[in-house]
Design a protein around this ligand. Structure first.
Ligand SMILES: [Mn+2]
Length: 286
């Protein structure tokens, strides 16, 4: 199976399925064209895949071996360098192509900056958007670009998709006012709890698109990301929330975004890879 905009890259080490009959389909999006502070998320997909070499495919907590699951990796998207709008369009088309050949596949994006999530959401048209992020990302424009990474939640909100945000500790007064006006609930990282997560997500309609901006985690876990912020969430807090979510709601798509770095074995990529394996394990367990 060939996709219009993808190319081969480093893949997971265990046997992989073809996209036509996979339950999980990975797509890397090595784009950091609008990154405003710390470049390098273009290397995120490669760094995450490489970091998985360090991990056991057997997940202790769930007694499952994800190497036995049907997982495909369709490689990396051929991005349009510096052009977030065109890259988002290619993501939308590629996810659309994938869903046309395998409607039951769960797409998993590895990024790459957060702006790209908009392409996946447009292709999948979920009812709700649940995001872990340090940032509100509700700006109308940033640096004159509506497709900047700081605007992704705003673009998604404008599609009429309900949102809930967790781990927030950065935004502008205008973004806070936009969230209030449009009824977008968000939980500050210092106020985060499992109960607060369930309370906000339970009423959301399905299916849900789940996005993890890696900067939601405490900065010590994810020092290499586009816009790092101190004071984030613990790893197990996010895993616990995701476990409840995959049990309780239909998931349309999942992504792990804003993973940066310039060297193999990077802490940020190791955090992202562990999250990836846990997500696949909890979603695929019988
Ligand atoms: Mn962020």
């Amino acid at each position: 199976m060939e996709f219009l905009y993808t190319y081969e890259t480093l893949k997971l080490e265990f046997p992989l399925s073809e996209p036509e009959n996979a339950d999980f389909v990975l797509l890397g999006v090595p784009f950091d064209g609008t990154t405003s502070y710390k470049p390098g998320t273009r290397f995120g997909p490669t760094l995450i895949r490489h970091a998985t070499l360090n991990l056991e495919s057997y997940i202790l907590d769930y007694d499952v071996d994800i190497a036995e699951f049907r997982i495909a990796d369709i490689g990396d998207l051929a991005i349009a360098a510096g052009d977030a709008g065109e890259t988002i369009k290619r993501v939308e088309e590629t996810i659309g192509e994938l869903k046309s050949i395998n409607p039951s596949a769960l797409p998993i994006l590895l990024g790459g900056e957060h702006s790209i999530t908009f392409g996946a959401v447009k292709a999948l048209r979920p009812e709700s958007y649940v995001v872990f992020d340090a940032h509100l990302d509700l700006r109308d424009r940033y640096e004159d670009n509506p497709y900047n990474h700081a605007c992704v939640a705003r673009r998604i909100s404008e599609l009429g998709i309900g949102e809930a945000m967790f781990g927030i500790r950065s935004g502008t007064r205008e973004e806070v006012e936009y969230a209030e006006k449009h009824g977008i609930p968000w939980i500050h990282a210092r106020d985060y709890s499992f109960d607060a997560f369930v309370e906000l997500v339970e009423p959301l309609p399905e299916p849900v698109y789940l996005s993890v901006d890696i900067d939601a985690f405490d900065i010590s876990l994810v020092p290499n990301t586009g816009t790092p912020e101190a004071g984030g969430l613990r790893f197990w807090d996010v895993i616990e929330a995701l476990e409840w979510l995959v049990e309780s709601k239909e998931i349309a798509g999942f992504d792990i975004m804003e993973v940066g770095g310039s060297g193999l074995g990077d802490v940020t990529a190791l955090t992202a890879a562990k999250l990836l394996f846990y997500f696949i394990g909890m979603k695929g367990k019988p």
